[in-house]
Design a protein around this ligand. Sequence first.
Ligand SMILES: [Zn+2]
Length: 419
Amino acid sequence: MQSSRSHPSVLADVTLPDGRRADVFLRDGLVASVQERAPYGGTPDETAAGDGRVDLGGALLLPAFVDGHSHLDKTFLGAAWQPHAEGGTIRERVGAELRARRRLTVPVTERALRLVHRMVEHGTGHTRSHVDIDPEAGLDNLHAVLDVRERVRDLMTVQIVAFPQSGVVTAPGVPDLLDAALREGADLVGGLDPHGFDGDVAGQLDVVFGLAERHGAGVDIHLHDPGEIGAEQLRDIAARTAALGLDGRVTVSHAYCLGEVADATLARTASALAAAGVSILTNGPAGSMPPVLRLREAGVRVFAGSDNIRDAWWPYGTGDMLERATIIGLRSELMTDDELRVAASLVTTEAAGALGLERYGLEPGSRADLVAVAAASVAEAVAAHPRRLLVMRAGRVLVTDGCPVAGLPAPEPGVQRAW
Ligand SMILES: [Zn+2]
């Protein structure tokens, strides 16, 4: 039995992203209609009274946030605080992580569930999670995250990338493990610094794109390789994407090199990415990062994700995608309202497009995966990343004013609460 409190039929007096005030009518888990309010407080008859009306007092309403890059299996949330272990190179960091994860006694499923709940509380409705596939873990992390995906189906959409964190051609058995992961439910195949980690660009990309072709899967490659070495690999990835007709289904995550190369190289590389339909993911990292506005002007889709949240790679992270938009805005010196709206799009519409989400948005017929924010405009929401007043999934209220009211399960017994 659905109550009108948990399944409201109208969200009254919201501010839409374009600034109009409106009442949003919901039916069967979808946005049924959006009716603009008359100026100066006039109220359409249908919203005058009745059960199922939630008055939002002019709060900004957005489609649920999209965290385009997470690592659900890596987080330490739910376990005791883990001091960060230093390590200079990517390979040293991978080694430090393996040692840290061996010490953890809280299983992946419990930590990942904790992270999902944290993300939902911030209004995230969809994520793409990379999941470590390596010779030591085999498919254990995948199996745990597949289980979590099923358990949180009514809270959040989870796309899974089979991620070769310990390399592809230099890690025994990993190509076969990636193949098995795609058969068992991973949606995309990942990669990791073909040059810097495997020292074999063609070797790694042959495996990754071969698997993508065989399974009809998308691709999402972590690329930290710097400067011209990185940019050359981006152009290689663009050429392979075009050759296989994977337009719109390939992402390169991080691509720091785009913030380091000379202008002519940036222009040439961005043009290749745009023509092939390769998207770029950024989390607004410390150090160099892709130039968001330049890439968009060149026609490249740029979107955002948290990346590491409280794990062996990074002691920071909250899972709040509005805060992520703030960080990227600061790092990219986005200042005008138009630029702040770009920052917001990286965690909403652009990320939804990159993930291929269907029925995303506020248009009639969209799924009612929504978040109301205590702000009067998109620009203010990015500047202040204020509290969430309401989070909904398919028309069901999950969170009101920061408090879960339905559907967020209690913490697993015996698991230390991680604040
Ligand atoms: Zn990552």
